[in-house]
Design a protein around this ligand. Structure first.
Ligand SMILES: NC(=O)c1ccc[n+]([C@@H]2O[C@H](COP(=O)([O-])OP(=O)(O)OC[C@H]3O[C@@H](n4cnc5c(N)ncnc54)[C@H](OP(=O)(O)O)[C@@H]3O)[C@@H](O)[C@H]2O)c1
Length: 300
């Protein structure tokens, strides 16, 4: 980690995962411009430090720290990152869980978890859980989870959360974004009254490196699709910034934002009992501390 000092109490602190490219990088730049002391999380200390330096050069008034991780799909790395962040910052005001990917083929992390589920679901879940004490130290703690309209037409299969059967890249990705949205809603319910707001956002179809980790057809198809229909990463970042900082959003929590307004999300994304069940499974899988539940969570 490359850093200078601990932020003054008046300077809000933002943490952005996947901030070395695409939407996350633009979000980090925009947050730095808005006066956030920004922690840039990237794969590898060197890349994170370089991104922090480049953002610092683009926004001369900015304070930007780089934090390297090897692989956010590994819970041991998430734990290490959370501990480094907590050592560096007594207070975190905004956590943007942006890192995510689609994997055309099924594979397991070296911790034995299906990679899409590990990166897009368990990782933001665990990072949020571990950083809650530091977010609570802020008068206005905010978590923004980058989900996707790809969650529509998907359902959660509790008997096969890691797609042992019938793995398809887009199916695994869409389900993971649905699960992230369910967890967003469950965190919001469990954190009611604490001042911490947790929301999810669809950034739009964006021209970025998304999908390029896949060789062959998948990578080419994404490049073509986003080249024709995609918007710039800056537009995707604006969607995140809106949810994180717009005064009109106020204390809205547990919501799904698309095109700068609250959208209902799919019907399965509103199933309270499923959200609660998934939350508890994630606690078990990651050994995260469980927040007290609400009796009403057992309903619907
Ligand atoms: N692009 C779209 O149209 C679109 C639409 C809806 C939602 N989203 C979501 O938006 C978010 C950002 O995507 P993007 O479009 O900006 O794509 P991107 O350019 O590929 O950025 C993804 C970021 O996540 C990081 N990342 C991926 N796997 C990681 C891992 N295992 N450990 C640590 N970091 C990892 C990447 O790091 P590296 O640079 O090292 O790979 C990169 O910084 C994702 O959650 C994606 O699902 C994108």
């Amino acid at each position: 980690m490359e850093s200078s000092k601990i932020p003054a109490a008046a300077t809000p602190v933002a943490v952005v995962t996947g901030a070395t490219s695409g939407i996350g990088r633009e979000a980090a730049i925009a947050l730095a411009r808005k006066g956030f002391w920004t922690a840039v999380i990237g794969r590898g200390a060197e890349r994170a430090a370089r991104a922090a330096r480049e953002i610092g050069a683009a926004v001369p008034t900015a304070r930007v720290d780089g934090f390297g991780v090897t692989d956010l799909a590994r819970m041991s790395d998430v734990r290490r990152l959370a501990s480094e962040l907590q050592t560096q910052y007594p207070r975190i005001d905004l956590l943007v869980n942006n890192a995510g990917a689609l994997f055309a083929g099924r594979s397991l992390t070296d911790e034995g978890v299906e990679r899409t589920f590990a990166l897009n679901v368990l990782s933001p879940f665990l990072l949020t859980s571990l950083l809650l004490p530091t977010l609570r130290a802020s008068p206005r703690g905010r978590v923004v989870n980058v989900s996707s309209d790809a969650h529509y037409r998907q359902h959660v299969d509790f008997d096969d959360l890691q797609l042992d059967r019938g793995y398809r890249g887009f199916r695994a990705y869409g389900r993971s974004k649905l699960e992230l949205l369910l967890l967003t809603r469950e965190f919001a319910r469990r954190l009611e009254g604490t001042g911490i707001c947790v929301n999810a956002v669809h950034p739009g179809l964006i021209r970025s490196a998304f999908g390029q980790n896949n060789p062959g057809m998948y990578g080419r198809a994404f490049r073509l699709l986003t080249a024709v229909f995609g918007r710039s990463p800056r537009k995707g970042a604006e969607a995140i910034l809106f949810v994180a900082t717009d005064p009109g959003v106020g204390d809205v929590t547990g919501a799904y934002f698309s095109h700068h307004r609250v959208a209902p999300g799919s019907e399965p994304s509103r199933r309270t009992a499923d959200a609660s069940r998934l939350y508890r499974i994630c606690c078990t899988l990651t050994e995260a501390p469980e927040l007290p539940g609400l009796d009403s969570a057992a309903g619907s």
